[in-house]
Design a protein around this ligand. Sequence first.
Ligand code: SAM
Length: 224
Amino acid sequence: MFARIARRYDAANHLLSLGRDYAWRRKLVAAVCDSSPRDILDLATGSGDVAFALSGRSPSARITGMDFCPPMLEEAERKKAAVPGRFANVHFLPGDGLNLPQAAGEFDAVTIAFGLRNMADRRRSLEEMRRILRPGGRIFVLEFSQPRRWFRPFYFLYLERILPALAGLVTGDRAAYVYLNKTIRAFPGREALSAEIAAAGFEDVKSQGLTFGIVALHEARKPD
Ligand SMILES: C[S@@+](CC[C@H](N)C(=O)[O-])C[C@H]1O[C@@H](n2cnc3c(N)ncnc32)[C@H](O)[C@@H]1O
């Protein structure tokens, strides 16, 4: 499905989130850079926007963007090649979040933005992220969440009716965005996701809601 929409993915993101996606990624990147990690894996990197934003804030870090969808990675490579020399510390690799190709303890931080919702087995992908982190390393999950109660009627109306129609026009693939609506509605809220992250072996789980709670940033630590 991501292969079908890869070329129009960024444009659809900016339009459908009314530009909020820039602010959400900035928040994620600021949280990551607080702990000055040297080796960062951006899992489910898609067209690479988180990896590029990390590179801008952390030019000395080594950033690996990983995804299992070749057309999304091609889009990321195309964007990197469009600004020669700018993102020299970013490289992209194919890989499956349920079976990461890296050895245990290789990374200081793992980021995953709007990717955990798409993993076929959330528990397993969280455990894989823990495995490839060094002890004390941190995970940062940016993902849709369940918004504040008063905002839900407007939000769900938008998700169900307006978003698929608008996305259909931009990407030519309405079905992909009906899927988006379904996965967003089925995804756990902040407390439940925090519990899942803890159950996968992380500690100090913290979360904050963004834009009336439609998105949440979770952060946690692999025990020493
Ligand atoms: C909604 S996009 C998010 C892309 C990017 N992180 C962003 O913030 O725009 C979700 C991505 O997850 C990737 N994905 C889904 N399941 C995956 C898996 N098992 N392993 C690696 N990538 C996966 C898809 O290919 C897609 O590029």
